[in-house]
Design a protein around this ligand. Structure first.
Ligand code: ADP
Ligand code: MG
Length: 212
């Protein structure tokens, strides 16, 4: 049995057509079903559908042999104990620094304090600002980063941007590029040794359909 972990949300939507082109058709509509383990048209391949940030954990511990996860999640996780096999070219977006359009609003005393940056990506953001010699306090949020500058929680955010519509709707603009993001196929190293014969065709067919 080969278990492939898929990230819920944006990556799932774009993974389904990729899987189907690769001849792996889920037995249920993954966007509708409440089941977390779903069989496929290939008898020995099953899918587990989990939170994006949990994919590295499932694959690292071998609960899933393969996974599809965003480069953002892999970098934030650190990626230790995972093989990054192929850039699948799906769920493409950019990790950006954003701030209130027309200035950060750091007037008076606030301008003398360190920059405050709200993000879900604490490690990536720390590294990004440190590498530029900018002192920043990172505020860890789990979502809706766009809100933070509007209510004075942070001066900037670091978040994923594709169209920029969510930023614009909240009076923010992207100012600096941190990382190009897309979804990658990852594998558990032990499974690659023990189950290579079973994994090889799955990896080959997914990699072949990448970015189409
Ligand atoms: P969650 O809320 O659990 O983080 P999302 O669906 O928002 O779930 O994000 C899951 C993954 O999808 C992200 O880690 C990223 O790789 C990708 N992703 C998120 N937003 C976008 C987007 N706007 N365009 C393309 N890919 C995205
Ligand atoms: Mg999201």
């Amino acid at each position: 049995m080969v278990t492939l972990a898929l990230s819920k949300g944006r990556i799932l939507e774009e993974s389904i057509p990729l899987l189907e082109r690769a001849g792996i058709v889920p037995e249920e509509d993954l966007t509708q079903t409440r089941r977390l383990i779903v069989g496929t048209s290939v008898p020995d391949i099953r899918l587990v559908v989990i939170r994006a940030a949990d994919v590295p954990t499932y694959v690292r511990y071998g609960a899933a042999d393969l996974g599809i996860a965003g480069k953002d999640v892999l970098l934030e996780d650190g990626g230790e104990g995972l093989y990054e096999l192929a850039d699948l070219g799906i769920a493409a977006c950019r990790l950006m620094v954003a701030s209130p359009a027309g200035g950060t609003g750091r007037e008076g005393a606030r301008a003398w304090t360190r920059l405050r940056v709200a993000t879900k990506y604490v490690r990536i953001t720390e590294r990004y600002f440190a590498s530029r010699g900018i002192q920043a306090d990172i505020i860890h949020l789990y979502g809706s980063m766009e809100l933070a500058p509007l209510v004075g929680l942070a001066d900037r955010i670091v978040d994923l941007v594709s169209s920029g519509r969510t930023l614009a709707a909240n009076g923010l603009e992207a100012t600096d590029h941190v990382l190009d993001v897309s979804a990658w196929l990852v594998a558990n190293p032990a499974a690659m040794k023990m189950k290579y014969e079973a994994l090889r065709p799955v990896i080959a067919s997914l990699a072949k359909e990448r970015g189409k």
